[in-house]
Design a binder for this molecule. Sequence first.
Ligand code: ATP
Length: 286
Amino acid sequence: MDTVALKAPAKINLVLNVVNRRPDGYHEVRMVMQSIGLYDEITVSKSGDDRIVIESDAKGIPLNEDNLIYRAAALIRETCGIKDGVKITLKKNIPVAAGLAGGSTDAAATLKGMNELFDLGLSEDKLCKAGVKIGADVPYCIMGRTALSEGIGEVLTPLKGIPECGILIAKPGIDVSTGYVYKAFDSLKEKDHPDVDAMLKAVDEGDLFAIADNLGNSLEGVTEAEYPVIGKIKETMIGAGALGSLMSGSGPTVFGLFKDRDAACRAADIVKETGMAKDIAVAGPV
Ligand code: ATP
């Protein structure tokens, strides 16, 4: 086999609680993650030389050693003593710097692709242990689906899948630095700590209404204070029939949960008309 093709899904956070800041600067979190049917498409091929080359149509991301795909491929080559080079192609469909883990999911897919291409037989657990060196969300992206993520993101518990629904994704045309958002959160006197256990119960019961009622994100207030458009998109989604709406990750993407895909598509048209969002997509949970 000379080429492996993979689909790398985006994620949303149904709930994100920043528990505290550890002395080493990392933040301890407790979050329920959900992968969605919005994918980057990746192929990993043996190139015949000894380099790692990335080819992509993506705008605004580095295609050199700074790309998380490159770091993932290099890590596997180093750890497993592989000399062969690889060519990796990336078709970018997930908005960049959006809070949708675009880079982390690409890294996760690359780790899996290298494992398959070179027939390395690395277990999911081994891939996750390697992945956390690249980024805190990479282990979750390797596992995907619905999961509780704790620690700095490396302690994962798979959960029951959430009910079928429509998920509307809208990213305003602004870029948010994750580092800035966490720093601003640290300096808040009154911090928001959403109820993760209530979300776990709602997920376990397969109750979409309770899931929508318990959406929460410690970081939302920080990013929204800087960019009020986030609150306005949420309001628009609720007005357009969303059961609940929330900012994902450190933002600025806002998602809405709808009873089905058609309802999400109708709301997408309404959000589009306001001109508040640059990237809009409708997906389901995967
Ligand atoms: P998270 O939700 O994990 O915080 P994000 O969705 O906010 O992630 P990314 O799309 O992963 O953010 O991009 C963050 C930065 O990572 C980008 O500005 C980009 O320069 C860099 N980056 C490196 N590799 C990639 C990649 N393969 N795809 C996207 N961004 C990448």
